[in-house]
Design a protein around this ligand. Structure first.
Ligand code: C2O
Ligand code: CU
Length: 501
């Protein structure tokens, strides 16, 4: 199997780029039959599409997502880049209805194993898509059927969960919008995927992990896109109340997202409804999503989506209002239906402090036991795609194992089924960390540095020196990941798992 071959290759903690993963390729261990498939790359470069990404509705049947390398022509690039996608172009947008079973068959036509993790969706553990932790990796040429009914409406996305810096870096991700009856409240529903690309202008990707980036705020992309375009112009109805859904699909960049030329209210965070509050700007870390209700300008007017984080605000998209006004009167959007997530019982819970720190020293684990999957299967080996490139970061002083460790580390926390998990993240490092955990949505109760209202989330930004308290009912049995969503931090140690049983 791939794991053995890759483990034997070892890893030199040499100068940047950290490139041990590219070594894996079509390893001989995978066999000649698969090699033939590894070569299959569609010939015609795909153009990145119009300013709105096309949407597909998941029907009752099976949807096949083929993970494949495809040439993708991005704006300003003289040659297409070798993107990895789940369809014709990166970021296919799917819609389904809350509570309805969806069936997605992943067909892996990449040269390395992969899976699909459904970020933010409270799926059963076996559907969570983490190789060696919730399922076996889907090897080149293999299929895996994901089948579950999303329990919550909102804006979600999906992506691989090993060698994420490269797989996600090359474009492997998709968007899932789970609709409920709130759709009727809005005159339009506009989706914006924010994503930078690490490309050199000549058709090549730049290294996905660098020592300089991984040890600091991450390696930024130089080509900034919204829906695969540079600052696209998007037509919207005039004088209308539109739902503007913004997803940060960047592996690295924290944005400070704002709009100019229109008024907006925040209506949902990470897909979870909030009592609408006026939108000024929002610090949107990697993997985080924000949903606004915006009253668009009259016919002929425009408003703009900005990232204010850099010295000069960066235009992410412009929205041109067209047609007769749909609304008149005061702008005060109705709340989305309230979340349907169990309320944590803080009064009776134990607070666990969890330090997020820089740590150049790999944790030595003694006597590691294999991970046992909920269905009783035993997982023995983490392979090189799923271990850390090298150790730069830790969760609670523990690092995710580097290559050479043979088993997953022990769980960082254990909760009894139904127990309230109450955690205080403390960031002792100099860089922000968007912390994400699987299988549960949590309530963000307090934050000591960056003011935020109490809200439900699946990813929360923890600023330098900040203490952020979260809580949730551990009601989803299984082994669940907890990690930073700056992928270079995740892949250099800032990753752990917890158990609910
Ligand atoms: Cu979107 Cu474990 O991640
Ligand atoms: Cu981080």
């Amino acid at each position: 199997m791939a794991s053995k071959a890759a483990t034997e290759m070892g890893m030199k903690a040499g100068p940047a780029p950290i490139s041990r993963r590219s070594l894996l390729g079509c390893s001989a261990a995978m066999g000649a039959v698969l090699l033939a498939r590894c070569e299959s790359i569609s010939e015609t470069p795909l153009q990145s599409g119009p300013s709105r990404l096309p949407e597909t509705f998941f029907g009752a049947g099976e949807t096949v997502l083929t993970a494949l390398e495809r040439p993708l022509r991005l704006a300003g690039q003289t040659r297409p880049i070798p993107a990895w996608t789940y369809g014709e172009t990166p970021f296919p947008v799917f819609r389904t209805r809350v509570g309805e079973t969806m069936r997605v068959r992943l067909n892996n036509q990449l040269r390395e194993h992969t899976t699909i993790h459904w970020h933010g969706i409270r799926v059963p553990n076996a559907m969570d898509g983490v190789p060696y932790v919730t399922q076996n990796p889907v090897l080149p040429g293999e299929d895996f059927l994901y089948e579950f009914a999303p329990p919550d409406p909102g804006l979600f996305f999906f992506h691989p969960h090993c060698n994420t810096a490269e797989q996600f870096g090359r474009g492997l991700a998709g968007i899932l919008i789970v609709d409920d009856e709130s759709a009727v409240q809005f005159d339009d529903d506009v989706f914006c995927a924010l994503r930078d690309w690490r490309v050199d202008g000549q058709g090549n990707f730049l290294p996905f992990i660098t020592n300089e980036g991984a040890g600091r705020a991450g390696s930024f992309g130089d080509l900034r896109t919204t829906n695969l375009q540079i600052a696209p112009e998007i037509e919207v109805p005039a004088g209308a109340d539109i739902r503007l859904r913004i997803a940060n699909l960047d592996p690295t960049r924290n944005g400070e997202i704002g709009i100019a030329g229109a008024e907006g209210f925040v209506i949902a965070i990470d897909g979870n409804a909030v009592t609408p509050f006026p939108f000024t700007s929002w610090r949107l870390g990697p993997a985080m999503r924000l949903e606004l209700c915006v009253r668009t300008p009259p016919d002929g007017g425009a408003f703009t989506l900005f990232d204010y984080f850099s010295a000069e605000p960066v235009t992410l998209a412009a929205f041109n209002a067209r047609g007769a006004a749909r609304r008149n009167g005061e702008f005060s959007p109705a709340a989305l239906p309230p979340v349907n997530i169990p309320e944590p019982d803080i009064a009776n819970a134990t607070l666990h402090e969890m330090e997020l720190s820089a740590s150049p020293v790999a944790t030595q684990y003694a006597g590691l036991a294999p991970i046992v999957l909920p269905d009783g299967r035993v997982i023995n080996l983490l392979d090189s795609l799923c271990t850390s490139a090298e150790t730069l970061w830790a969760v609670d002083g523990q690092t995710w194992p580097e290559q050479g460790h043979e088993n997953a580390p022990p769980p960082i926390l254990r909760f009894a089924l139904g127990e309230t998990a109450y955690i205080e993240f403390f960031n002792s490092s100099r860089f922000p960390h968007p912390m994400h955990l699987h299988g549960h949505s949590f309530k963000v109760l307090s934050a000591s540095e960056l003011p935020r209202p109490v809200h439900w989330a699946d990813t929360v930004l923890v600023m330098p020196n900040e203490r952020v308290r979260i809580a949730f009912v551990a009601d989803n049995p299984g082994n669940w990941m907890l990690h930073c969503h700056i992928i270079e931090h995740q892949e250099t140690g800032m990753m752990a798992w917890f158990q609910v049983a």
